[in-house]
Design a protein around this ligand. Sequence first.
Ligand SMILES: *[C@@H]1O[C@H](CO)[C@@H](O)[C@H](O)[C@H]1NC(C)=O
Ligand SMILES: *[C@@H]1O[C@H](CO)[C@@H](O)[C@H](O)[C@H]1NC(C)=O
Ligand SMILES: *[C@@H]1O[C@H](CO)[C@@H](O)[C@H](O)[C@H]1NC(C)=O
Ligand SMILES: *[C@@H]1O[C@H](CO)[C@@H](O)[C@H](O)[C@H]1NC(C)=O
Ligand SMILES: *[C@@H]1O[C@H](CO)[C@@H](O)[C@H](O)[C@H]1NC(C)=O
Length: 468
Amino acid sequence: MRIPGLAAALCVLVYSVAAIDLVPGDEASIKSAASTIAFGLAKYYTGNNTGDTPGNLPDPYFWWEAGAMFGTLVDYWALTGDDSYNAITTQAILHQATDKGDFMPPNQTRTLGNDDQGFWGMAAMSAAENNFPNPPPDQPQWLALAQSLFNQYASRWDTEKCGGGLRWQIFTFNNGFNYKNSISNGCFFNIAARLARYTGNATYAEWAEKVWAWQESAGLIDGNYTVKDGVHVRLDSPTCDTMDENQWSYNAGIFLHGAAVMYNHTDGSPQWRERVDGVLASTMATFVDPSTGVLVEQLCEPSGFCNLDQRSFKGYLTRWLAGTAQMAPHTRDAVRPLLEADAAAAARSCVGDAPPPDFRGHPGTACGFRWTTGQFDGSTGVGEHMNALSAMMYTLVVSEAAAAGNGPRPPLTADTGGTSTGNPGAAAAHDEPSLGYAEITLGDRVAAGFVTSAIALGVVAGSAFVII
Ligand SMILES: *[C@@H]1O[C@H](CO)[C@@H](O)[C@H](O)[C@H]1NC(C)=O
Ligand SMILES: *[C@@H]1O[C@H](CO)[C@@H](O)[C@H](O)[C@H]1NC(C)=O
Ligand SMILES: *[C@@H]1O[C@H](CO)[C@@H](O)[C@H](O)[C@H]1NC(C)=O
Ligand SMILES: *[C@@H]1O[C@H](CO)[C@@H](O)[C@H](O)[C@H]1NC(C)=O
Ligand SMILES: *[C@@H]1O[C@H](CO)[C@@H](O)[C@H](O)[C@H]1NC(C)=O
């Protein structure tokens, strides 16, 4: 907007109040900027309103993205000390954990993927690692929730097809059951590695090794440490020879961080170091825009065809890059300039406005999706705000103060002060499925198929446009 003369001068004053004032490396300015964006992010959430369901974001957001948002808010509290959103976060996680203490709410059955559960499980794991205030003793505990998901994953490991791996969907009647994808296996890997580190129980580390080995054997992590999207299961043979080779930033990030946790847990094993360095190099080569030095969701961002889910991926890569710098400190020098460039670029994008429901935060602080343009690109939503909040707050993890030991406390373990109560036997395999195939009507199957294939098509379309 351009307004000449005196009006312009007045506007500059007004806008300088609204604009995000973020100085990389300056803790106070980062926390203040993060607080502004967290406010706008939380405004998308309606689950704590009377009559609404705690843990759900309004349409069109899927259930998993709410889990991702609460994971982000757990970290927001841990990094800034601002507990404004702790109450909604606890309420949401506990409600979605259901009476059984697992993340399998019957309301989500018709589209429930292993990856969807994973984003809630990782939120619980972050809560345990950061001593997020523990729930009352009669409620599920953070660590036990992550363990219950681990146990469900282990029980679903499928050696009949592709020599192992988790399928994407959990239930046979959902489209996507015949796809084994990196994000589902990445959630298993990431949670297993973190449980190994937190509890010291060797079983978790063995599973982390096993998931990584399967990813490599399936070709989903190749010799260049490129992480590809998934393999299709064939009904007529145990081999899986059709691959979706697309590279999404969150797939690289989730394996990068899990590998860094394993590197740390093994006191710096050379093999895990090589894997960390390999995925990091591949990530830098693939997801950093060479001209501006900031993250880009390369498959769909340049064409403008990222779907709702994909518009949140950069935030998770940011979270996992910061976690990698913490667990494998030799990567900090490589990660820090990227995160700081992202934070500054995100701040420049958070100068927009949009009418509700597209934005309800402080006027003039709506965040856009692209960080490469130096301005607000008009795209707003939970993903855009989660990405920007992540870009800003995770710089605290890699700052000079952090390098000197005065930064945020690294994730805790049971031995270093973690207080969350575990339950290694939580949610045994026989708890599922809660809804048998026979109970599902044809109409349900059509509905489920419609929803999941719409997601899959979105993914394909996002990349097809790039290729065209
Ligand atoms: C829901 O939580 C927000 C904090 O994000 C709070 O401002 C709001 O008052 C809460 N709404 C209700 C109905 O409690
Ligand atoms: C499932 O849906 C019902 C009806 O909308 C709601 O009352 C309940 O809280 C939901 N449960 C979960 C775990 O989301
Ligand atoms: C690794 O990357 C190089 C250079 O792009 C390429 O020539 C090679 O085929 C790749 N190797 C694998 C296993 O994909
Ligand atoms: C593991 O992480 C801690 C916390 O950041 C760090 O101090 C330690 O050096 C790491 N270990 C290795 C082997 O890098
Ligand atoms: C370690 O984890 C495994 C897998 O969940 C569990 O069966 C076993 O009881 C655990 N061991 C201990 C000592 O907690």
